[in-house]
Structures are given as C-alpha cells and as structure tokens.
Write a protein that binds this ligand. Structure first.
Ligand code: 13P
Length: 249
C-alpha cells in the first residue's frame, strides 16, 4: 500500500510572517490525516516554517536545490543547507524551472543525485506542454523526463523518490486533466517506465503525484484512480482551508 502524499508548492508566495501563519493553519487543519502532508515554502521562509512544523505530522520541502555542495554559485542553495534548515523533500525539475531557468534533464539528474547523496528525498516533476500533447507526444516527453531524471540511479536511490506528473497546460490555468487523462499517464509512468527501469517491485512502491489545478472539488476523483498517489498543489495550497480540503479528500 502506497501512502498518499499531498504537497503544497507555495511557489514565489508568502512573506515570512505569512508563511508562518499558513503553516500553522495547515498543521491545524490536516490533523489526523492518513496522508503524508508536505509544505514547500521559498528558501527564505524554510527556517521559520520549520519551527512551526517540526515535531508535527507535516514535513518540510524546498522548491529547488543546486547540485554542488558549496562555492561560487550566487543565488543558489545546496542540499546540505536545506537539510540544516529541516528540509526532508525537495521539488526538482518543476516545469517553471524548465521554462524560465534553463532546467534540463541533465541538471535535473545532477540535482536528484546531489539531493539523494545528502539524504533529501526528491519530488521529480515531469509533464508535457499543450503543444506536445496535441502533437501526440505526451508519453514520449514524459519518458524523456523520467529516463533523464533517473539516469544512473540505483534501485535503492530510486526507491527514495516521488514523481509528480504535472501537465504544463494544467498548471495555474484552472484546466485540470480529467481523471482518465491523468490516470493514463500515471499508468504509463508506473507500468511502462518504472517497471522497465527498475522492475515490478519498485514500480509498485513508488508514489506518483498529480499536479495541475488540483482543488478540493476535483481531488477526490483524481485520487480515486489506481495510479494516482497524491497531489502537488500550487494555487490551492496558499490557503490552509483549501489545502486541507484536498488532504481530507
Ligand atoms: P496549480 O495547482 O496552481 O495549477 O500549480 C500546480 C503546480 O505547479 C504544483 O507544482
């Protein structure tokens, strides 16, 4: 049985006081859930949010990481720094990173390896654009992202990862993938790709989240699908009551 994992990607939102308040709300509103709950604030808010969530059922995540341990990389943050701030999960390869900040399969792979080596658990984002879907290239793009991200990763390391399938056309647009559309890709990731790369046991154990305009009122249907193990939530993670609506679904 795969434990559900619902993660809030706060993106570039919330000042430190606002992040503290939101984190307190999330802890309160999701008490008693059987799902794993993760909040991913900006780097600058991590330490403050950690003070709120540590010792609770809510885990802390970051939104990106650099692959080097330290050095002259202005603006970047390393895995060890994240660990020292109380971080457990780190989102890697988000489509906004790929689109705006030159993220490639190669940099995703380097980040995944560095994060794992330091003891962080990567949430690896994959997904196609609208043009790619309309060209019938959804599976090819997802395969390229998954194969690239996992290149050279052992079974033991792969077991520590989570995949987030986020169709780019559904992110922040209000256009959610239908449960069947999402399930098709999740089944391909698990039954096609992970099974081929790592075998049936790993494929059955790894969690694959859906992300893209997930909200309290569509979460139940999506999460009812056999291969959808949770959500990576953007907009609806910015209010504790909205986010808790998804967790409680
Ligand atoms: P939205 O939930 O705002 O569509 O964002 C999804 C996402 O990108 C989560 O990483």
């Amino acid at each position: 049985m795969r434990q559900r994992i619902i993660a809030g990607n706060w993106k570039m939102n919330k000042t430190i006081p606002e992040a503290i308040e939101l984190a307190k709300g999330v802890v309160e509103a999701t008490k008693g859930t059987a799902a794993e709950v993760v909040v991913c604030p900006t780097f600058v808010c991590l330490a403050a949010v950690n003070e709120v969530v540590k010792g609770t059922h809510v885990a802390l995540g970051a939104q990106d990481v650099h692959w080097e341990k330290s050095g002259a990389f202005t603006g970047k943050v390393s895995s060890d720094m994240l660990l020292s701030a109380g971080v457990k999960y780190v989102i890697i390869g988000h489509s906004e990173q790929r689109t705006y900040f030159h993220e490639t399969n190669e940099t995703v792979n380097k980040k995944v390896k560095a994060a794992l080596a330091a003891g962080l658990l990567p949430i690896i984002c994959v997904g196609e654009t609208l043009a790619e879907r309309e060209a019938g290239r959804t599976n090819a793009v997802v395969e390229d992202h998954v194969v690239g991200a996992y290149a050279g990763l052992s079974v033991a390391d792969a077991m520590k990862t989570v995949i987030a399938y986020e169709p780019v056309w559904a992110i922040g647009t209000g256009k959610v993938a239908t449960p069947d559309q999402a399930q098709d890709v999740h089944a391909f990731i698990r039954g096609g790709l992970l099974q081929r790369l790592y075998g049936a046991d790993v494929a059955a154990a790894l969690r694959v989240q859906y992300g893209g305009s997930m909200k309290a009122d569509n979460a139940k249907e999506l999460l009812a699908k056999a291969d959808i193990d949770g959500g990576l939530i953007g907009g609806a993670s910015l209010k504790a009551s909205d986010f808790a609506g998804i967790v409680n679904a």
